[in-house]
Ligand binder design. Structure first.
Ligand SMILES: [Zn+2]
Ligand SMILES: [Zn+2]
Length: 95
C-alpha cells in the first residue's frame, strides 16, 4: 500500500487499522502517523506554553487593588464594570 504522506510503498504491516472490524487502514504509514502526532503534540505544548506565558505577562494590577489576568481589552472592560472592582474602589475612597 502506498502512503499518501511520504508516497512510499510499504507493507501492510507498517500500517495500522483505522477500523479493525472492517479492515480499513489509515492512509498514512505508521512512521508518518507518528510524526504527525508528534508534531501535533509539540504544537499543543507550545500553545500551552504561550498561554501560561501570557498569563504572567498580562497580569494587571488595578487601582482597586485587585490583580487580574487580561489577554484582551474586553477582560479589562469586564473587570472595570465588575461589582468587585466598583466595591473595592468604593471602600478605598471611603478610607
Ligand atoms: Zn508514510
Ligand atoms: Zn479594578
Amino acid at each position: 500500500m502506498q502512503c499518501t504522506k511520504c508516497d512510499k510503498r510499504k507493507a501492510l504491516t507498517e500500517y495500522s487499522f483505522k477500523n479493525e472490524e472492517e479492515k480499513i487502514y489509515y492512509l498514512y504509514c505508521d512512521s508518518c502517523r507518528n510524526e504527525s502526532q508528534q508534531t501535533q503534540k509539540k504544537y499543543k505544548e507550545k500553545a500551552m506554553e504561550n498561554y501560561n506565558l501570557n498569563k504572567t505577562i498580562n497580569k494587571i494590577e488595578c487601582s482597586c487593588g485587585i490583580t487580574y489576568v487580561s489577554y484582551r481589552n474586553f477582560h479589562m472592560i469586564r473587570h472595570i464594570n465588575s461589582k468587585k472592582h466598583k466595591q473595592s474602589l468604593e471602600i478605598k475612597i471611603k478610607i
